[in-house]
Ligand binder design. Structure first.
Ligand SMILES: NC(=O)c1ccc[n+]([C@@H]2O[C@H](COP(=O)([O-])OP(=O)(O)OC[C@H]3O[C@@H](n4cnc5c(N)ncnc54)[C@H](O)[C@@H]3O)[C@@H](O)[C@H]2O)c1
Length: 381
């Protein structure tokens, strides 16, 4: 693989994960260490950028991301900022001819997403979303099984992403609780992941009927402060969905799931079989095959567990028996992007995929406001 210079924009919770994942890729795939070089980092302030650069070990830092765009040794801009900045950063990076890797959700709304997709296409650069949950080997195996027709005709599906990150009413506000910075609440933050996974496995969404709610209506402006600010995004989103092919499903999203540290489950039911992925068991895919005999006394019938482990094509270490984790999925998502650039082919998931998920989420917001089913096509026009 050719050498890549990366410019990171944003080094908060997930920027740090992106940096450690880039570092790990050469070890996973037996590549020279210099294949991936984080050249520089931009944050909101020069002081925090300098601290980030020291942690990463990179040579330049800046409080103005445009400085990264001027450098010839940076090929890829990696956008890890709060959502309201994605459009500005992506469009500037595309116009500077940089390839772009962007965190989910793509944008604040569909209109922004459409401008982003257009700018990336016009610039002729390669662009990929960070939808890292697609890159568990269990999910890669689920995609194969579905493509091979293992499930037969699909009856329905259900997806759940629950976290408990905001159950404390005294937790101060963050950018994730402000619509003008995040675009949406749990739906955008967690929903983008679970909706994308269903999309990756089963195809495009057609319409949604959603109910969103804000369970804690105001929060302290800062830790220990008695001053409060209203929360104007959702904490929970419950969705009935129909895919474009008419398959019906249920998607539940909440960051108020007491006891659910990170509860991410997808189940798909077909007339020949079923599959089930649970992130708390990330090296396993559960499958049920109606073709298994049920005689005598149950035969081989029942949910079975496939050892998907850490099976990544071409991985040198660790061996496949080692359970993959969150950082490994980020490394794989990044690696597949860099390979797509190297081999001059279309990356996946791309910004058009990000826009589709944006449209599903916008349809959900409209559905909840208006109390009716909303088609994805309606919000794209
Ligand atoms: N894929 C995942 O699993 C995952 C997990 C967490 C967050 N995310 C996404 O990643 C993005 C960032 O989330 P986070 O939790 O890391 O946020 P964060 O608040 O922890 O960090 C945000 C970073 O952006 C920087 N920033 C703010 N304004 C900037 C500007 N004008 N120029 C340059 N940098 C600027 C901040 O300095 C900070 O370093 C969001 O889009 C979020 O949805 C994805």
């Amino acid at each position: 693989m050719r050498k890549f210079g990366i410019g990171m924009v944003g080094y908060g919770g997930i920027g740090r994960v992106h940096a450690m994942a880039y570092r790990a890729i050469p070890f996973y795939y037996g590549l020279p260490a210099e294949t991936i070089n984080i050249v520089g980092v931009a944050t909101s302030k020069a002081e925090t950028a300098e601290k980030a650069a020291r942690e990463i070990g990179c040579e330049m830092w800046t409080g103005d991301f445009h400085d990264l765009l001027k450098r010839d040794d940076i090929d890829v801009i990696d956008c890890c900022t709060p959502n309201y900045l994605h459009e500005e950063i992506i469009i500037a990076a595309a116009q500077a001819g940089k390839h772009i890797y962007c965190e989910k959700p793509l944008s604040m709304n569909v209109a922004e997403g459409q401008r982003i997709v257009q700018a990336a296409a016009q610039a002729g650069i390669k662009a990929q979303m960070t939808f890292n949950y697609r890159f568990f080997p269990a999910i890669l195996r689920a995609r194969q099984l579905i493509d091979e027709g293992f499930l037969g005709n699909i009856f329905s599906f259900r997806g759940r992403y629950y976290r408990s990150s905001y159950i404390d009413a005294n937790k101060p506000t963050t950018w994730r609780l402000r619509k003008d910075v995040s675009g949406g609440g749990a739906l955008f933050d967690l929903g983008s992941h679970i909706l994308d996974l269903i999309y990756a496995l089963l195809g495009e969404f057609g319409s949604v009927q959603a109910t969103l709610d804000t369970l804690i209506k105001e929060r302290p402006t800062a830790a220990g402060s008695s001053e409060k600010i209203a929360v104007d995004v959702d904490d929970i989103a419950l969705m009935h969905v129909r895919l474009a092919n008419n398959t019906l499903g249920l998607v539940e999203i909440s960051r108020m799931g007491t006891g659910s540290a990170n509860d991410f489950v997808v189940e798909i039911f077909g007339d020949k079989g079923a599959i089930r992925f649970d992130i708390t068991n990330p090296g396993r895919l559960e499958v049920y095959d109606t073709r298994d005999s049920d005689n005598p006394t149950g035969g081989m019938r029942g949910l079975r567990t496939l050892e998907t482990g850490g099976r990544y094509d071409g991985q040198k270490a660790p061996d496949w028996t080692m359970t993959p984790d969150f950082v490994r999925t980020h490394a794989e998502c990044q690696y597949q992007f860099l390979k797509a650039i190297d081999e001059d082919r279309a990356p996946s998931p791309d910004f058009a995929d990000g826009l589709h998920i944006q449209a599903v989420m916008e349809a959900a917001l409209r559905s909840s406001e208006q109390g009716r089913w909303v088609s994805v096509g309606e919000v794209l026009t």
